[in-house]
Ligand binder design. Structure first.
Ligand code: HOZ
Length: 425
């Protein structure tokens, strides 16, 4: 197997930046990315033969750990029957039934192939339903890379210094109103300034793309009430949080019923999948029933559906949420204890298996407070962990993810490594 160094040298000749998604490029933490040759449980094995405890979990999907035998077996069984049919298949029906049973707000669901497609399509549907053009999003929320949504975006767009991507026509950007998260007055003012014009409000109800940020008590309830009062749809982007923080996502935890929900990541069991769903009267506007067009050759792909069905059924069997929350608390407590000894200010917002370490004295509740985090310090911390076999998201502006496979030796070792990395800063 060629080394990571030689693979990266070859990749950079042919693939922009040597990566197929910018967040993988290590640009904000410095150094060159490693290449992964295999993954199992809580561990990645690099092309160089190093074993790393992984807190990226393929950016969310690997909630049962990498390469889980049940999911592998489901994919293998589906593979016997073919890889793609271009016709409806039985797996899609089972997947729709499962999603609807996990998310009471979803009465009908349409499968697609990525989270980006899910949010892009949900917004088109909201515009078609309301016959309005403008949308509201929040600074630091990242909803994939469609044109309307790459404005004050988080994740790699922010990490790499392009939260407002080049290539978005100004006329498109004008239809997107960007507000600070957790600011009820700003939301009310935006509705007041654009009467009868806002098609929808889209948000990550717990943000996972500018680091992990929780809403203030009552904030999401205010957003729900304001959207309803102004005839706008509420879209929850639960691509990351859906099935991960609770069986029914943040909407279950916060007892909120959005009009539309975007899903992805976990429902593909590690294969490429997205989905969006919601109220029947809205979803029935989609083609072929209605005038809002949306389509995909690989939508409902049988391998991806089989993997996702196995993953969701396993979730219901193992009921992992209390266990994952204990792991998240353990890791954040270890980091806080080390930071206290060292005299470093650290914020560790955490819910269940998602959390972040922000090196700042400022409580983090929106994009501007997240950006007070010392990203140079994070870079040193990242490399101190990596040198000792622990892989973190390679940016101060990403959430960390846990899996059930981290229970036991992996979490204990990770706590030791995090502690000594913080003490070394
Ligand atoms: N939303 C994920 C990271 N924040 C996506 C991963 C990617 O962009 O590659």
């Amino acid at each position: 197997m060629p080394s990571s160094e030689s693979l990266f040298a070859r990749a950079q000749q042919l693939i922009p930046g040597g990566v197929n998604s910018p967040v993988r490029a290590f640009r904000s933490v410095g150094g060159a990315p490693f290449f992964t040759k295999s993954a199992r449980g809580a561990t990645l094995t690099t092309a160089d033969g190093r074993e790393l405890i992984d807190f990226v979990c393929t950016w969310g999907p690997a909630i049962h750990g990498h390469n889980h035998p049940r999911i592998k077996a489901a994919i293998a069984a589906a593979l016997e029957n073919g890889t793609s049919f271009g016709t409806p298949n039985p797996y899609e029906v089972e997947m729709a039934e499962l999603i609807v049973s996990f998310f009471p707000s979803i009465q009908k669901v349409r499968m697609c192939s990525s989270g980006t497609e899910a949010t892009m399509s949900a917004i088109r549907l909201a515009r078609g339903f309301t016959k309005r053009d403008k949308i509201i999003k929040f600074a630091g929320c990242y909803h994939g890379h469609s044109d309307s949504l790459l404005i004050k975006a988080g994740s790699g767009a922010l990490t790499h210094g392009h939260p407002d991507s080049a290539g978005i026509p100004a006329s498109f950007a004008r239809e997107t109103v960007v507000l600070p998260f957790n600011d009820t007055a700003a939301l009310d003012a935006a509705f007041g300034a654009n009467p009868g014009q806002i098609a929808c409000v889209i948000l990550e109800p717990y943000i996972g793309n500018v680091g992990f940020i929780k809403p203030d008590a009552g904030y999401l309830q205010h957003v729900r009430q304001a959207t309803a009062a102004n005839g706008a749809l509420l879209i929850f982007d639960e691509v990351m949080t859906g099935f991960r923080l609770a069986r029914g996502g943040v909407q279950e935890l916060e007892k909120i019923t959005p009009d539309l929900t975007c899903l992805g990541k976990i429902i593909g069991g590690g294969l490429p999948v997205g989905a969006f769903g919601g109220r029947t009267d809205i979803m029935n506007l989609l083609a072929p029933l209605g005038p809002v067009y949306q389509a995909g050759t690989l939508s409902g792909n049988p391998l991806a559906m089989a993997a996702g069905i196995a993953q969701l059924r396993l979730l219901d069997e193992v009921k992992p949420y209390a266990r994952l929350d204990a792991l998240g608390r353990q890791l954040c407590a270890a980091a806080q204890a080390a930071a206290k000894v060292k005299g470093i200010a650290l914020q560790t917002p955490q819910v269940g298996s998602m959390f972040s370490l922000f090196f700042t004295p400022t409580p983090v509740r929106d994009m501007s407070s997240a950006m007070t985090s010392d990203s140079a310090l994070f870079g040193r911390f990242f490399h101190a962990c990596l040198a000792n076999g622990v892989y973190l998201p390679p940016s101060a502006y990403e959430a960390w993810f846990l899996s059930t496979a981290h229970e036991g030796p992996a979490i204990d070792r990770a706590c030791e490594v995090l502690t000594s990395a913080i003490k070394s800063l």
